[in-house]
Write a protein that binds this ligand. Sequence first.
Ligand SMILES: NC(=O)c1ccc[n+]([C@@H]2O[C@H](COP(=O)([O-])OP(=O)(O)OC[C@H]3O[C@@H](n4cnc5c(N)ncnc54)[C@H](OP(=O)(O)O)[C@@H]3O)[C@@H](O)[C@H]2O)c1
Length: 336
Amino acid sequence: MVGGMKAAVIHQYGGPEVLHVEDVAEPTVGPEDVLVAVHATSVNPIDTKIRSGAMRLVIRYELPRALGMDVSGVVQAVGEKVTRFAVGDEVFASTHYKAPGTYAELTTVNEAFLAKKPANLSHEEAASLPLVFLTAWQSLVDTAKLQEGERLFVQAGSGGVGTMAIQIGKHLGAYVATTCSGRNTELVTRLGADRVVDYTQESFDEVLEGYDVVLDALGDDTLKRSRKVAKRGARLVGVSPGAPKRVEKYGAVLGFAATGMMIAGQMFGSRVCRGQKTRFVTRRSDGEQMAELARLCEAGAIVPVVDRVMPLAEIAEAHRYSETGRARGKIVVKVR
Ligand SMILES: NC(=O)c1ccc[n+]([C@@H]2O[C@H](COP(=O)([O-])OP(=O)(O)OC[C@H]3O[C@@H](n4cnc5c(N)ncnc54)[C@H](OP(=O)(O)O)[C@@H]3O)[C@@H](O)[C@H]2O)c1
């Protein structure tokens, strides 16, 4: 197909089987865009939630559409206003949700969201990092303002966000506690966790106390239970308020309304009970933070954790695996 490419697209919302790899038109390159030949992308739970239709009240897409928000690849062309990147540069990014999907042979990324790929990482490793790193960094650095010597509790330390949060916490000089199942204890310890709670053996809120900052990447009732683990005046950050589960249970409108009420209740409740500050963070694309990530990777402060690398042709299988909730770090999709 001339001017075409392969991409994993959805024509309708539904289970993993609605994802199909097919020929589609190349994305148009705007003046501030960089056209990237995608070498690798990764699966994030938000992709599976968009695919299922659970997010369609807040993330409005015209279908058919390629999914995916992480990319590592090589610059193929640049828009007329682009100044910082040139054809042939190796780059990586977490794209804006409105940008063309990254489960594709080509994608466009606004120059402001892009950075040079860390020199010491493969495209597969680099593609595993952007979205989860930005989420953890924006939670711990921008929102909680974690300081050296503070105590950080990371819920779900062996997942995509958790593996980044542990490493960022250690890089900033915090004491880090985390939860995971026993099979992942060795992994999170290797990443730097000082205290590991195997949630299949112990209840975190019965064995931890005195934390300054909590990052909850699990959802459920764990953020509320974390109030007990956190000090008076602590900062709590949630990144998974659980809208998709409520949408499944109550439908889109009631599901989002119930989530909004939960968020308000959580912020008010923690403030009243223990003078704690609870905030919810939504990852935003950011090229400067991507450049910081590249520096941290090259310095050895952040290492990728890749559970498995799958070809684009197996994207539906990659979504099925993500939805088990058992991925250890990231599921990477190799595109070329
Ligand atoms: N707000 C945002 O902008 C934003 C950005 C990124 C992600 N998120 C959300 O954050 C959540 C986590 O994302 P992710 O990419 O980190 O997910 P993930 O990689 O799929 O998380 C999988 C991990 O969760 C662990 N886990 C499952 N149940 C657990 C439990 N009860 N206690 C402790 N750990 C448990 C698993 O460890 P075991 O196998 O050992 O149980 C597994 O390693 C998702 O809901 C995602 O949508 C939000």
